[in-house]
Design a protein. Structure first.
Length: 227
């Protein structure tokens, strides 16, 4: 058992939100996305200024990082299934639309007016409904597409001879590039959204230590303990 929440004098609470395995996966995944994005751009724009890594080296690094990403993603899916963490990526009914509208309003206007975030993370619901929906699509739709198309590229003999009237690898290449670009754009947005916690660095600290510091609702104390 781990002490999960403590009331402090300034009405704050500390919650142990993120286990060590998830934090290690997160930072390793972030590093691999940076390597894959850099080498992928160098491969795709090999004759332009975007080619920051020589073609041959970029191809080798991209393959190595790609294999590491496949292993890491499989480990992520298994760990999520075993620990039950997959439930964090599912918006919780009822009231999904109402809560999503509140969050949208907060991001659009409330945050600039100093309003309180309508969603306070708990061990059972780390994400608000918009975050859960986005992470669900990215981690369980986009990432499998990137992984599968990347493996087909590494083993081109597995690609069909023709697909949609094109050479079999061409549609795979387009799908890999477009989906990979979407994941990179999500990662960039993710970095920005990480600054929208109680302070600009609080969410980054949570991803390092596992502890989330939030507001304690008025008139309440917390002595909850979780496994």
């Amino acid at each position: 058992m781990v002490e999960a929440a403590r009331e402090t004098a300034d009405m704050k609470t500390r919650i142990y939100l993120l286990p060590l395995w998830l934090r290690l996966w997160h930072w390793a995944n972030a590093a691999l996305i940076i390597v894959l994005a850099t080498t992928g751009a160098s491969l795709h724009f090999s004759d332009s200024a975007f080619a920051v890594v020589p073609f041959a080296r970029a191809a080798r690094l991209h393959d190595i990082a790609g294999v590491a990403m496949v292993v890491l993603y499989i480990a992520f899916v298994i760990a999520n299934a075993v620990t039950g963490n997959w439930w964090q990526y599912v918006p919780k009914p009822p009231g999904i639309m109402e809560r999503s509208l509140r969050v949208m309003r907060y991001y659009a206007f409330g945050i600039m007016r100093g309003e309180r975030d309508p969603h306070e993370p708990t061990p059972d619901t780390n994400f608000n409904d918009m975050q859960a929906s986005a992470y669900l699509v990215v981690m369980y739709v986009a990432m499998p597409i990137v992984v599968i198309t990347g493996l087909i590229f590494m083993f081109p003999q597995t690609a069909p001879d023709r697909l949609f009237g094109f050479d079999g690898l061409f549609p795979v290449a387009v799908l890999h590039y477009v989906t990979g670009a979407a994941v990179v754009l999500f990662a960039i947005l993710h970095v920005y959204l990480g600054t929208l916690g109680h302070t600009a660095t609080s969410q980054y600290k949570t991803m390092i230590t596992g502890w989330h510091e939030g507001d304690l609702p008025s008139g309440r104390t917390s002595s909850r303990r979780v496994r």
